[in-house]
Each structure stands twice: as structure tokens, then as C-alpha cells.
Design a protein around this ligand. Structure first.
Ligand SMILES: Cc1ncc(COP(=O)(O)O)c(C=O)c1O
Length: 369
């Protein structure tokens, strides 16, 4: 049996929506983006949302728009894009350790890492579970810091009844492994109108109004840049995909949670492994289902499962602070321990019981139970 790590959940509805946009001839940023943004803002409980070409661009644009050039505290246990956005935007990443149980940033270590140069905290909601946002927002308020939530892995996840990306400024990814996909894509959520306008200007060549917004102007050809900007736009074609995916998001997350519950129930008897934990009053959306190997050789288990056709992976090894560009002498013991023990099992909405049982039985067999 072959089981991929993830699989997009697409059908005729997406095909039809894309075809309609192709037939309309409006391919660049346009009406579907507006529709997607309105649906997304409403869903996350924020006033505004802006669609762009990736989460990496979203993080970069937010840091640029906020004029942050000082320090930003984030976990090292994340995809390198989180830290890259900080560096490329001209700020400095400062890595905090994580809480081993949840794999999320440890608020106590955030406190230890704050200096006079700190301007923001970038919590990363790992694998579909929101960080301890009450604690993080308290720290941010006390020290007057921005909060940029890297919510790439947490579309629809909740903490104390609030959605990921609605505590600070949210940045999301629509890469094919994420909870919804547009192939490539991203979204920013925020409540500050001026910030949103600045981001829109930055991401559209420094011109405050996009082509479709200028159509009814007296002089629609008049394109006046107010800053030297970038092109981070998402096309109307991909936005049409996003609109269809949003209609299925709750269904897809419910299925992910159902598969996770089944895996938890069947794997809990294996004493060699530690299961993912859903914290009280949170809703984990299992963008990834990760286990930790308590003893034995993690790499060996990964290779053996792969040999059985199960596309397991590791997120994240090495952690960012041990990658060649970022390498420094900083010690993050919990992060390093987690990097050595974690395994990502396949997870996608349309998984079958047969596939789940195949994964469970192979883990048992390899661990000789
Ligand atoms: C935590 C995190 N941040 C940022 C990104 C980057 O997302 P994108 O590929 O949309 O730029 C990812 C994607 O894998 C991610 O997992």
C-alpha cells in the first residue's frame, strides 16, 4: 500500500470555479480575491484579510509594513520561512525554546529573551494547535510588542473560543499540505485598516490601488507609487480555488480530528511513543499528526515506515538555529530534544480506515509489539 504524507481535497467544484475564472479573462488579482478575503476575515473573526502569493510573503510584508528593524522572538522549532521572513525584511530573529509536550513556543522563555531591542513576538501555531495566546498577549501588552501569529499550520484552529490569526496579526499558508490549499498562497488577517492599506500598497508595486479598484476612477491609467513595493499578489484563479476550499474547511478539519482520534486510540497502548496532546479549551486541527519516539532510533523507524510505502516525514529537523545560515551557539534543549524524537505521520481528510490501520499495524510491527 502507498500512503502519501498529505493529499489535497479537491473535486469538480474547484475545477468549475477555476474554469469560470479562465472564461472570464480576469486572471490577475480581482473579484475572487475580494470574495476569498471577505469569507476568510469573517471565518477568523477579524475585520480585514488580504490574500497574497505565500505565507512567507505575508510574514515579510507584515514586518516591513510595521517598520520592524529590531528583534523578533520566535521558536526555532518551525519551518525556516518564519525566520527567513524576519531576516529578509531587515529585522533580527531571536529564538525561544518550546514546551516539549505541545511543541509550541514556551512563554516563560519568551520572557527571558526580551531585551530593549525586542519589537515583536512571532508565535508559530505548530501542526494545528494554537500557542498559549493568553500568556503571550499578556507579555506583549506589558512590553508593548507586536504579535505576528505564524498561523501557516493552523487554519481554523481555536484557543479559548478564538481562531488562530485573530489575537495579533495573522499570517496563513495555502501550500498543498495545509488545511486548505490554493497550490501556493497566503493570507494576512488584521483589524487595523491603516496597516492593511500599507500591506496592500507594499504587495502591489507600491501603488495604493490595484487595477480592479482603479477601473471606476476618473483616470484609471494613473498609477502613482507611494513606496518602492513588491509583487506579492495572488491571482484571481487561485483565489477561486480558495473560495471553494473555504466552503469545505470545517468538514476537512472535522475529518482530520476524527482520524487523529482514531490514531490516538489505537496508538496509546504503545509505550515507546508519545501521542500529540490537545490542550484544554483548544481546538487542534491536525495540519500534521506528529508522534514522539520515547526510546529507540527515530531515523530507523522513519526509514522502515517509508520502506513500507508510508510517506512519513520529520518536522522539523534540524531546527532553525542549527541550520547553516542561522547557526549560533544558542542552546535550546527542548527544541533539540524534540527535533530528535518527532515523526510526522500521514494526515489528510480523505484518509480511509484501511490506510490508518496499515500505518498503526506497521508501527506496531516495526516496534515489535
Ligand atoms: C510555520 C510555517 N511558516 C511559514 C510557512 C511558509 O508558507 P508558504 O510556503 O506559504 O510560504 C510554512 C509552510 O510550510 C510553515 O509551516
Amino acid at each position: 500500500m502507498k500512503i502519501p504524507l498529505s493529499k489535497p481535497f479537491l473535486n469538480q467544484k474547484e475545477l468549475k470555479a477555476v474554469k469560470q475564472v479562465l472564461n472570464s479573462s480576469w486572471l490577475t488579482h480581482g473579484p475572487k480575491n475580494q470574495e476569498f478575503e471577505e469569507i476568510f476575515a469573517k471565518y477568523t473573526g477579524t475585520k480585514y484579510a488580504v490574500s497574497l502569493n505565500s505565507c512567507a510573503s505575508a510574514l515579510f510584508a507584515v514586518i516591513k509594513a510595521l517598520n520592524i528593524t529590531g528583534e523578533i522572538i520566535l521558536p526555532s522549532f518551525t519551518f525556516v520561512a518564519s525566520a527567513n521572513a524576519i531576516v529578509t525584511a531587515g529585522a533580527k530573529p531571536i529564538f525561544a525554546d518550546i514546551d516539549y509536550q505541545t511543541s509550541n513556543i514556551d512563554p516563560q522563555d519568551i520572557k527571558r529573551k526580551i531585551t530593549k531591542k525586542t519589537q515583536a513576538i512571532m508565535p508559530v501555531h505548530f501542526a494545528g494547535q494554537v500557542c498559549q495566546m493568553d500568556e503571550i498577549m499578556k507579555i506583549a501588552k506589558k512590553h508593548n510588542l507586536w504579535v505576528i501569529e505564524d498561523s501557516a499550520e493552523a487554519i481554523g484552529a481555536e484557543y479559548h473560543g478564538k481562531k488562530a490569526g485573530s489575537f495579533g496579526i495573522g499570517c496563513f499558508s495555502f501550500f498543498p499540505t495545509k488545511n486548505i490549499t490554493t497550490g501556493e498562497g497566503g493570507m494576512i488577517t488584521a483589524n487595523d485598516k491603516d496597516l492593511i492599506q500599507k500591506i496592500k500598497t507594499l504587495m502591489g508595486h507600491g501603488i495604493p490601488k490595484m487595477t480592479n479598484q482603479r477601473l471606476k476612477a476618473k483616470k484609471p491609467w494613473y498609477r502613482a507609487a507611494t513606496i518602492a513595493g513588491y509583487n506579492f499578489r495572488m491571482s484571481n484563479i487561485l483565489a477561486a480555488l480558495g473560495v471553494e476550499q473555504m466552503k469545505k474547511l470545517n468538514q476537512m478539519n472535522t475529518l482530520r480530528r476524527k482520524h487523529a482520534a482514531y490514531l490516538n486510540q489505537k496508538l496509546k497502548k504503545i509505550k515507546e511513543i508519545e501521542l500529540p496532546v490537545e490542550m484544554p479549551k483548544t481546538k487542534h486541527v491536525y495540519q500534521m499528526y506528529t508522534i514522539k519516539l520515547k526510546k529507540g532510533n527515530r531515523d530507523d523507524l522513519v526509514r522502515k515506515l517509508k520502506a513500507k510505502g508510508i510517506e512519513v516525514s520529520v518536522h522539523f529537523d534540524p531546527p532553525v538555529h542549527l541550520q547553516p545560515y542561522y547557526k549560533n551557539k544558542q542552546k535550546l534543549p527542548e527544541t533539540e530534544k524534540l527535533s530528535r524524537s518527532i515523526i510526522t505521520l500521514p494526515m489528510y481528510p480523505q484518509m480511509t480506515k484501511k490506510e490508518l490501520d496499515y500505518i498503526i499495524n506497521n508501527i506496531k510491527e516495526i516496534l515489535k509489539l
